[in-house]
Design a protein around this ligand. Structure first.
Ligand SMILES: O=P(O)(O)OP(=O)(O)OP(=O)(O)OC[C@H]1O[C@@H](n2cnc3c(O)ncnc32)[C@H](O)[C@@H]1O
Ligand SMILES: [Mg+2]
Length: 175
């Protein structure tokens, strides 16, 4: 069985490998398009990006399972929240989705995003580091390293794999 991840970002690929580590699946990464803006600004747009990537990854990678992981933000009365969504697309099944943990972004970051900036470069500038998005991520910076981006996506992935297992075992019981 082959699993195709719709991203070349190591923080995402590692999370997929971790979630499938009990399985003998081949895991490949392909450049899939999210079909939404570079910086999704709502849960809805972020979910759409994750689902698009999952479907495209399965096609491009000729894989039984496609995975899409997408980061975005969502405005709330409590501030601009980091949001992350994942999707698993398998043949003969509607895409499965799951959401990640969320934390509010500091005002100075939120303001830049609301003016059209992308979180990736804003975080590098803020943290005086390079490629925060491929390493600890904004979540790692603002949680003092307690939860990094890969761990956060691993949780999203376990929610996906678990739902997939539940669905497939339920279908086996009913046929
Ligand atoms: O290569 P891809 O798979 O596109 O990975 P990415 O890091 O660009 O991640 P997304 O497209 O899913 O995220 C959308 C935007 O939010 C940024 N972003 C999301 N979460 C982040 C985080 O935890 N730390 C830094 N940047 C983040 C990211 O750089 C993009 O600008
Ligand atoms: Mg991106």
């Amino acid at each position: 069985m082959r699993v195709a991840v719709g991203s070349k970002n190591p923080a995402k690929i590692n999370a997929v490998k971790e979630a499938f580590k009990e399985y003998q699946y081949e895991i490949i990464s392909v450049d899939a398009e999210s079909g939404v803006s570079e910086q999704p600004m709502s849960d809805e747009e972020t979910i759409k990006g994750a689902v698009n990537r999952a479907i495209q990854a399965a096609e491009l990678g000729d894989a039984e399972i496609g995975i899409g992981l997408e980061g975005g933000v969502q405005q709330t009365p409590y501030g601009l929240m980091l949001c992350n969504w994942g999707a698993l697309a398998a043949k003969g099944m509607d895409p499965i989705i799951s959401g990640g943990a969320r934390i509010p972004l500091p005002d100075e970051i939120a303001q830049q995003l609301l003016m059209g900036a992308e979180l990736g470069p804003v975080m590098d500038e803020y943290a005086k580091k390079q490629n925060v998005r491929k390493n600890e991520g904004a979540v790692g910076i603002f949680t003092n390293g307690q939860i990094n981006r890969s761990e956060m996506f691993t949780h999203v992935m376990k929610l996906l794999v678990g739902q997939y297992e539940y669905e497939t075992s339920r279908n086996q019981k009913t046929v």
